[in-house]
Design a protein around this ligand. Sequence first.
Ligand code: GLN
Length: 294
Amino acid sequence: MTTIGEAWRLARQRIDRLDARLLVEHVASCSHADLLAHAGRPLSALQVRQLEALVQRRARGEPLAYLVGSVGFYGREFRVTADVLVPRPETELLLELALERLRALHDPAVADLGTGCGVLAVSLKCRFPQARVVAVDLSPAALVVARMNAALHGVTIRFLEGDWYGPLGAERFDLIVANPPYVAMSDPHLESGGLPFEPRMALTDGVAGGDGLDCTRVIVGGAAMHLLPGGWLLIEHGHDQGVAVRQLLQDAGLTGMATWPDLAGIDRVSAARFPVSRNRESQQDDFFLQPHEL
Ligand code: GLN
């Protein structure tokens, strides 16, 4: 007979301490408090086998989120499967910048391009129920997960399958958010940590020898055709892509380019807006979180 406490101790010897705890809690369907209070409770033979398999997968590098089937993002739990990128904490910066902009709008139209498991679209809709939110993804499997998350959080989002602006016709938005694949194919990072387990199409643009910005070029390049006057594009990118992304934003005829660092101090999100008119390009942005000096 193996008790919860023994299982936890054995798991800790093979994987990270916190991961071990979360896997035991997952298999035993118990909270952290239960784990501490009932460490002497036995696990069934099936639970022991399940835990063993999960610990082995974690030891091989599979993301914890895939093993437990969910991840926390900006205070909510989201379902994830291996069909979607695991939402990263740095994407919460993109969400915060988006929320800040939506606060000033009454009945905003919002598009989330490459929604994955839907964290951005669902979080935005939960916070601003009056917003009309459309979420696009090329992967039907990802859309299944995103729809599940919208249902889980009780929000209605229009989900469309397709390539970036492809399914949007001539629609225009007050806000477009995107966390596209931006890791260059040559980046060795792709072979480390949990990345080999994540969908390649969510991480890279698939262009061998490229800079990883192919999807970003499509998203930025199409923004002027899909933003309302004064509308914002907010896009996540890699730590060394800020200069290139701001240049793309400028080339696309957008104004007020800015880049924000994530909590690790790394350039992570850039933004720009579609001009209101030729003569009124700059608006009062003073109340927004200030970008760092460029
Ligand atoms: N930030 C992720 C990573 O480097 C990549 C996310 C993405 O490509 N959108 O692991």
